[in-house]
Ligand binder design. Sequence first.
Ligand code: UDP
Ligand code: MG
Length: 318
Amino acid sequence: MKAKYSIIVPMYNEEEVIAHTCERLLQVMDGQGEPYELIFINDGSRDRSADIIREIGSADPRVKLIDFSRNFGHQLAITAGMDYASGDAIIIIDADLQDPPEVMLAMIAKWKEGYDVVYGKRLQRKGETWFKKTTASLFYRLLRSMTNVDIPVDTGDFRLIDRKVNDVLRTLKEKNRFVRGLVSWVGFRQTSVEYVREERFAGETKYPLRKMIHFAADGITSFSYKPLRMAAYIGFGLSALSFVYLVVVVIQRLFFVVQMPGWASIIAINLFFNGIILVLLGVIGEYIGRIYDESKGRPLYIVREAQGFEEPKTEKEA
Ligand code: UDP
Ligand code: MG
């Protein structure tokens, strides 16, 4: 029977929670009575996550597995799920039960009212560190102030997407993907449901600081040129100040007999300007690196094995 709903679950080393998550998802989705599929994407886990899903899937054809050849990252795992999903509505949910499965029913209800995208808005985040909450909150606001795309704050990838929105998203092939931004960018009728983000059911976060910074840089560079423009503004500002100071120095030298102060001030100015130049070069580098990624034309992800799908898809079709 064709699935009406496709639930996409990216997982990376989630062996401690994944069986339980699968059970909860089956339970909640059984409650609503319409056909569905659960698509688990194993993003190169080094533990038994894939084996657990493979086993459940061999007894229950609604549980499907996409096994990546290595770790490609959360956003690409979601992308693969979106490529393989066959439902009329697609729901993305984390594997760690931080997004309560019951909220999916509220999303489905909104979808039935005629909305094309229903995203989950976090009212509160439980069990996350002060550091994570503060940086996340700052990031969403910074991103918003930097782009013209209306990306909602305090919203993750937990959301429902209509088939037609998914079809459009699949035509966007950019490499350094920031999925929640792309969903905002395509438009359509969007709304939110509010929820309280729970603690992780078990295991630890798979988003260390390094990945968080990379993710934030992807979000900003994908949707804004402002950092580049700021580089130019800073350049103009500092040039103007330098020019004023230059005039002052020349006048002092010509018309007043002053002791030219030496070494310390020159070194200080030098270090200051060199620092700024390097930072601004780094900003430009972030953009150039992404242009380089696009130019290579490599596939977004590589699937080692797909279980439970009728005909295996290639990325070309996807
Ligand atoms: N994840 C993934 N690949 C990665 C990192 C994370 O597929 O490289 C998955 C992870 O298994 C989880 C979701 O992405 O289902 C969100 O990750 P996590 O819960 O660790 O992030 P947090 O909630 O701490 O931000
Ligand atoms: Mg989590």
